[in-house]
Design a binder for this molecule. Sequence first.
Ligand SMILES: Cc1cc2nc3c(=O)[nH]c(=O)nc-3n(C[C@H](O)[C@H](O)[C@H](O)COP(=O)(O)OP(=O)(O)OC[C@H]3O[C@@H](n4cnc5c(N)ncnc54)[C@H](O)[C@@H]3O)c2cc1C
Length: 294
Amino acid sequence: MLIRDVLKQLKADGQLSFSCEFFPPKSPEGEATLWSTIEKLQPFSPSFVSVTYGAGGTTQDVSLGVTQKIVHDTGMPTLAHLTCVGASRAELSVIVDKFAEAGIENILALRGDPTNGPGTPWVTAEGGFTYAIELVEMLSERGGFSIGVAVFPEGHPESSSLDQDARVLADKQRAGADFAVTNLFFSAQHYFAMVERAAAFGCDMPILPGLMPVTNYNQIARFATLSGAEFPVELAEKFEAIKDDSEAVINLGIESTTELAQELIAGGAPGIHLYTLNRSRSTRDIFTNLGVNA
Ligand SMILES: Cc1cc2nc3c(=O)[nH]c(=O)nc-3n(C[C@H](O)[C@H](O)[C@H](O)COP(=O)(O)OP(=O)(O)OC[C@H]3O[C@@H](n4cnc5c(N)ncnc54)[C@H](O)[C@@H]3O)c2cc1C
């Protein structure tokens, strides 16, 4: 099912989109965890689920395999992430054909992080793309997919200004994108300001806030370095006070993400996308708190 149709129907019915992200497992144990998580989340009837795409051939094959299995075994609308890393236009075209043959109808068109990690210079593959918008154009010309794109409420780390990101997002919509999913963030004001900036450049497609509940105290320090997302000091202090109690950390992660989601929904967000890290507990509790029933 095309996600653009899912989102249109939800809007027409006055409903919100609730979705979640998984990553391709790297071991048999990881695979078992993922499928057990999917089994526990499927009863919530997510509006769609997404599967990330890693650098390197094996991870890419696992991404395709997992996405295809979700499509076939669960029938849930499924969004396959795809990046431009290390691939020429012709190679991307072959991958896209494989996605289509596997029954995948939705692609999150991304540039991907530089091969040496975030913060290092981006190197365009020979005959490849420099920006995600070129992949959006290619998918749009090919047809048959609903296309999603990424957006960074606090600015992409390589971007010269927040306005540049907003202009790029609006251009992606004009190039054929149907919806956007945000990078993780922890303050609703970043999301609202970004939506307003993008609207000023003509972007009116649904922008789904991507939220990651804290499940482990050590994640907090990594958020800023890995994704540039600012973690509010007051919230960090609350986590600091309970950091040795892993159960309390998970519960505070659920509570704070629920509150953030409620604020976003009250302010007009079209739904919530949860980064699950392939675990179901926090996602299930947040969905339940938001009135999404299994
Ligand atoms: C929701 C989400 C899911 C993700 N999933 C994955 C995943 O599965 N696998 C993975 O490897 N990575 C993933 N990422 C990370 C993402 O690929 C990187 O953060 C990447 O650096 C940026 O991707 P992009 O699609 O926004 O790139 P782009 O849109 O190409 O933007 C990259 C930079 O270039 C600038 N720019 C863009 N277009 C132009 C232009 N035409 N002219 C001038 N400047 C321009 C932008 O402002 C930005 O600074 C994800 C990110 C998000 C938010």
